[in-house]
Each structure stands twice: as C-alpha cells, then as structure tokens.
Design a protein around this ligand. Structure first.
Ligand SMILES: [Zn+2]
Length: 291
C-alpha cells in the first residue's frame, strides 16, 4: 500500500482540486523525506503553479510551472490530504492511516504545501518511508528509468507473451515475482494476493513453473483486479485487515474468513517477507507425485 489503484485514485481525486493552484510555501518537518537535484532547494517550489499530476507505477509526477517537477513516492504508508481554508476535506489519497477525516496536521504530517487560495495539502506518513524528489522536468524520464518500473499493467504493452518471458526467467515464488516492480509496475501486496486468488495459483509456486495456460490466467487476473480497483475505488484495508461488510478485496486481509469461492478458510503465511493470504483449496501448491 499504496499500490497502482490507490495512486491512480489519488491522481484522479487531487487533480481537480490542486491543478492550477500556485504553491506559496512548502514546509518539510522530516528532512530525509525531501531530495532535490543539484542546484535546487525547497524554496524553488515557492510561487510555482501545479500544472499536471500523473502516475507511473506507484509514483506520482507533479509538473510545476517553468520546468520543474516533483516526483512523490508514497512507499508503504504515505497519504496526501487536501484541506480547504475552513478545514473541509477537498481530496485525499494514499494509505488510509490515519483514517480519512482525522484532524490535521497529524503528528506524522511531515510535509505541508500551502497553496495560494489558503488551502493546505498535508503529506502524512506514519512510517516515514515516503520520498519527494524535486528536479528539472527534463530529468524525470531518466529518473523514472532508474526506478526500473516495468510495463504499466493496464496498457496494451502489458501482453501475456512479455509477461511469460519475465516469469520464465525467475525461479523465485510467484508472489514475490509479480510484486517486483520491474516485472509489472504498480502491484504490491494487496493486488498480488488478489490476482493470485483470482487466477487460483499458489503464491509459493516458482514463477518459472507456470504453464502457458496458467500464465494467461494470471495475466488476465492481474488486469481484471487492477481494472476493478481503479474503476470501483481502491481497496480499503486499514491495518492490514479487510472490512467485513465490503466484498473487495476478496482474499487479502481475510485470514480466518471463508474463501468467497469455495468457503475454505483463508490462511495467512509469510512469503518473501510479506504477509500473504490465500485459499488452501483454490490455490493448491502442486507437488510432483511419484509413480
Ligand atoms: Zn477457495
């Protein structure tokens, strides 16, 4: 978290409220969150208009007037909330802790953007992993290239054939493979669990062991899960637990609850250091059977 759908939702929600606004000042309370290209400082953002916000993988690019861009990576737990001068929430996006609607600034609100209409954008991050990179716009392409973000899964460039080539070269667990940003851009823990559940594949299967039919199934599942999350609203999984009266996500965050497909109890295990949810019946780890 926040993954592709959450970051996409953030771009869509914040674009109408902040694009066209001019940044009056920016305050950074945790210095490690902010980096600037040589010759640039925080003050270089003052007086610049926010012209466009777009997403690549889990990163957002904030194009500012006169050739500067701010790249924001929310990492595990960053969130952005835009409040009107009277404190009304205009837009929000990212990690849902602190809960939307909590009083701001929070003790973890590490960056404040004061805009020309008196509204304030708060970047809050309970884990302090979020990063802001200020750079000339001309350097954004190179910067993103260095992040090694794979193909965007919701574009035509994400083909089953290209996906197969990536999987065939990796003998590590499937879950870890599809969370590798150079394999598919934007998938994290939630949507990896959801995609594998939908495709009925065990998270520990070696990526290279998949048959062509399984690869096609997983490719379709990834697209369907992300497409659904972008259209219907991103998953809401505060503190790693799904909300019981919401259908989505179907598997992630639901350890101890019945699988929506077969009613077997969903289990949680650690795969590649990440809490992984799967249905032991729908997602069998096939072992070779000796004759
Ligand atoms: Zn099941």
């Amino acid at each position: 978290m926040p993954e592709l759908p959450e970051v996409e939702a953030l771009v869509r929600d914040l674009t109408p409220t902040v694009v066209g606004r001019t940044i009056q000042s920016v305050t950074v309370y945790k210095e490690k969150l902010f980096n600037a290209a040589p010759g640039l400082t925080l003050e270089d953002m003052f007086g610049r208009r926010i012209e466009r916000i777009w997403r690549r993988g889990k990163l957002t690019v904030w194009e500012l007037s006169d050739g500067l861009s701010l790249v924001i990576h929310l990492k595990l737990a960053g969130q952005i909330v835009h409040l009107a001068p009277d404190g009304t929430e205009l837009a929000h996006g990212g990690h849902p802790v602190p809960m939307w609607g909590s009083p701001l600034p929070h003790k973890s609100s590490h960056v404040l953007f004061c805009l020309d209409d008196g509204s304030i954008m708060y970047l809050t991050d309970i884990r302090q992993f979020a990063r802001l990179h200020l750079m000339p716009h001309s350097e954004v392409g190179t910067f993103l290239k260095h992040q090694k973000i794979g193909v965007e899964p919701l574009t035509r460039r994400f083909t089953a054939a290209a996906f197969r080539d990536k999987l065939r070269r990796r003998s590590i667990p499937l879950k870890t493979t599809i969370m590798d940003q150079s394999v598919v851009g934007g998938i994290g823990n939630i949507y990896a669990d959801e995609s594998l559940w939908r495709a009925k594949l065990h998270p520990r299967r070696p990526a290279s062991s998949l048959t062509d039919a399984e690869i096609t199934r997983l490719h379709r599942a990834i697209r369907a899960v992300l497409d659904y999350a972008v259209r219907e609203g991103a998953a809401f999984v505060p503190h790693g637990k799904a909300i019981s009266d919401r259908d989505f996500p179907y598997c992630h965050g639901r350890a101890g609850s019945p699988c929506p497909r077969c009613k077997t109890i969903i289990v949680k295990e650690w795969v590649g250091g990440r809490g992984t949810h799967y249905c032991p019946k729908c997602q069998k780890l096939l072992v070779p059977v000796l004759a």
